[in-house]
Design a protein around this ligand. Sequence first.
Ligand code: HEC
Ligand code: HEC
Ligand code: HEC
Ligand code: HEC
Length: 122
Amino acid sequence: MFLKSWKVLVSVVVGALFLMATVAFAAGAPDKVDLAKYKGAKSVVPFDHKHHVDAKVPCATCHHKQKDGKTVPCLECHKKDADGATPSFKDAFHKTCKGCHEKTVKEKADSKAPTKCGDCHK
Ligand code: HEC
Ligand code: HEC
Ligand code: HEC
Ligand code: HEC
């Protein structure tokens, strides 16, 4: 009986810590991010970070790799040109962003997720 309640207590504490970590991570998400540093021939995509976070897209879907346990701009690893197995930032964004949008539209025809060049590069 004594042992059992300890187990319950431990699992409650562990659960609470896990929840706090999740909330802390979400709290670290900025509402706005600026993609201007990627500006080339095309206009910068007005990416609504908050909208995607609120839609419960897991952080790691986009921030698939971190540095020293921290989220860093894609540009730290994805440069203008591909480097070995690391795709260029253009391909990295298109695969992540357009990839999910195309999948979404396939599953839900009335989705507002943009898939055409001009609907992202306004
Ligand atoms: C789902 C949104 C999305 C769609 C659709 C999309 N792109 Fe992009 N593209 C991005 C993002 C995000 C970046 C990187 C940041 C930025 O430029 O805003 C980017 C970067 C680029 C770049 C490199 C940066 C530059 O300005 O030169 C080019 C070129 C580009 N896209 C061309 C295209 C073309 C051509 C199409 C259509 C075939 C297209 N994109 C469709 C989101 C999109
Ligand atoms: C739909 C894709 C997507 C999701 C989901 C997402 N982010 Fe981001 N986030 C981005 C992009 C793109 C940037 C801009 C990166 C850049 O400047 O290269 C960014 C920027 C950031 C930044 C600013 C500095 C940096 O490290 O680049 C932080 C912090 C961040 N995100 C945290 C989070 C957290 C925490 C979550 C989950 C709660 C989250 N993000 C979910 C795409 C996303
Ligand atoms: C700390 C380094 C690092 C950061 C930051 C990073 N990436 Fe990557 N990414 C890589 C490497 C390395 C690869 C090569 C394949 C692999 O090792 O997963 C890659 C591959 C990819 C791929 C191709 C995956 C596949 O299956 O073909 C996409 C898409 C991608 N990254 C998108 C992003 C986006 C979007 C961001 C920013 C939100 C980002 N990455 C941030 C290092 C990083
Ligand atoms: C996991 C899926 C997913 C990923 C990854 C994703 N998106 Fe989206 N995005 C959506 C969905 C779903 C919508 C439609 C939202 C709605 O209907 O309200 C959307 C909407 C948008 C819109 C339309 C305006 C808005 O905010 O509603 C833009 C622009 C956009 N996304 C850009 C991006 C960019 C840039 C990236 C990559 C950095 C990205 N998205 C990554 C699912 C995704």
